[in-house]
Write a protein that binds this ligand. Structure first.
Ligand SMILES: NC(=O)c1ccc[n+]([C@@H]2O[C@H](COP(=O)([O-])OP(=O)(O)OC[C@H]3O[C@@H](n4cnc5c(N)ncnc54)[C@H](O)[C@@H]3O)[C@@H](O)[C@H]2O)c1
Length: 259
């Protein structure tokens, strides 16, 4: 049985009720996990308010802290709080990404060094950075799950800069899995089909991508945040104890199609 009772799960990347991280947090909570939430702070506190209102009642998070992955102090404070409140960590959900809009349409060769550096720091480097802080806190049997997209393996129109970030992220999963395996901590990625969210709306032609998947995928539809959440819950549970370093497709089967 899928049971996460007594496990401490830190979930990053909830922005609103469309976020994939929100689907994941709900399924982890339903399976019995104790939830901690990080949010991306903004100067006016709007994100904090929005995320707090969304998660407070249904999830009753025992940790709720700001964590901009470009902010060293906030990263360290986040894991200090985890150590103080929980002592130990079992689950880390890395469900965040960012690229400037100009990196998500037009010519790939037009991507600037500044846009490249920012996108890779937030979307790729952050997985290893958070894992470094989490490593000493993990219980044996721990699990890290991140989110990727097929645009990191094959060319998807407009995905451009994020394609490079996701390719790097998938390789980061393998290197981290090799490092953390000795401590019985597993690291996997879910490659989700296209879902309408704040982040995906920045990708040029996202609706066309979704319609294409609805036409071509074996299941003739795309997937939901909760379906991704179910697979995340499995990957965080003992049911998947033999799986690490993998990219699991939750995409209604789209990735198997050649035409
Ligand atoms: N929506 C899709 O179609 C799709 C498909 C496959 C993979 N993904 C991946 O799923 C993950 C979640 O995206 P989503 O689609 O749910 O969109 P979303 O906009 O709901 O989530 C993106 C999150 O990234 C966070 N973020 C951005 N910059 C940050 C920073 N500097 N520090 C900390 N957090 C930061 C945002 O606050 C937000 O919560 C991303 O990695 C995305 O690439 C999305």
């Amino acid at each position: 049985m899928l049971d996460l009772t007594g496990k401490n799960a830190l979930v990053t990347g909830i922005a609103n009720n469309r976020s994939i991280a929100w689907g994941i947090a709900q399924q982890l909570h339903q399976a019995g996990a104790n939830i901690g939430v990080t949010y991306l702070p903004d100067p006016k506190g709007r994100f904090e308010k929005k995320v707090r209102e969304l998660v407070e009642e249904p999830l009753k998070p025992s940790i709720f802290v700001p964590c901009d992955v470009q902010n060293e102090e906030q990263i360290q404070e986040t894991f200090k709080t985890v150590a103080q409140e929980w002592g130990k960590l079992d689950i880390l959900i890395h469900c965040l990404a960012f690229a400037d809009k100009e990196g998500l349409s037009g010519d790939f060769s037009a991507i600037t060094s500044e846009a490249f550096t920012k996108a890779l720091e937030i979307s790729t480097f952050s997985l290893g950075r958070l894992a470094r802080e989490a490593k000493p806190l993990f219980n044996p049997g721990g699990s890290i799950v991140t989110l990727t997209y097929i645009g990191g393996v094959k060319v998807i129109p407009n995905y451009n800069l994020m394609g490079i970030a996701k390719a790097g992220l998938e390789m980061t999963v393998r290197y981290l899995a090799a490092e953390l395996g000795a401590a019985d901590v597993r690291v996997n990625a879910i490659s989700a089909g296209p879902i309408r969210t704040l982040a995906s709306s920045a990708v040029g032609g996202i609706l066309d991508m979704i319609h294409h998947v609805e036409n071509v995928a074996p299941l003739k539809r795309t997937v939901t945040q909760l379906e991704v959440g179910n697979t995340a819950a499995f990957l965080c549970s003992d049911l998947s104890s033999g799986i690490t370093g993998q990219v699991i497709y939750v995409d209604a089967g789209y990735n198997i199609m050649g035409m």
